[in-house]
Design a protein. Structure first.
Length: 172
């Protein structure tokens, strides 16, 4: 009789605990997300991102120029005129710009919002809900960087390309 009473008491205690304490997965995840707030990157980190990423973007653009020069150099070896050579140099220099922009798009999309500059400074770009940026977000963030004087929008921790695309740069 004693083991039966102990077994019954065990189930009563277990029932009481299950009604008093919620062990649902959603509650635990909500508690965790409440603790993890997105901390905006400060101006110093954003400026460091800008400098490092501009250097990396120029290097990417220059690599595109070198590849174009190599490909076109094959044609120059076949006796192309000087006018064609001048035209090539102009076209190759124009290709440097999309090559530099490609750096931002690929880096932010493939590395979950991190470019080389953001990796070094411990920041990343995220959507407003905290999720990683998508390819579309990375494309639009990059296109917004083309706007003249966009760099001067950085007097706040949220720049134009952040506002217009619904993204933020935050500390990890």
């Amino acid at each position: 009789m004693l083991p039966a009473l102990m077994g019954r008491q065990f189930f009563l205690i277990l029932n009481f605990m299950s009604t008093q304490f919620s062990f649902e997965k959603e509650d635990l995840l909500q508690d965790l997300s409440d603790l993890q707030e997105l901390r905006p990157a400060n101006m110093e980190r954003r400026f460091a991102n800008l400098v490092i990423d501009q250097v990396a973007a120029v290097v990417c653009g220059f690599l595109v120029f070198i590849i174009a020069a190599f490909v076109f150099g094959i044609f120059l070896g076949l006796g192309v005129s000087d006018d064609a050579e001048s035209a090539f140099i102009s076209v190759a220099m124009i290709l440097m710009f999309p090559g530099a922009m490609l750096y931002y798009i690929v880096a932010e999309a493939m590395f979950k919002g991190q470019t080389l500059g953001k990796l070094i400074t411990g920041t990343r770009a995220v959507r407003l809900d905290g999720s990683p940026v998508t390819w579309k977000d990375a494309l639009f963030r990059t296109l917004c960087r083309i706007v003249p004087f966009e760099v001067f929008s950085g007097f706040d921790t949220v720049t134009w390309h952040d506002k217009w695309t619904g993204t933020r740069v935050v500390r990890k």
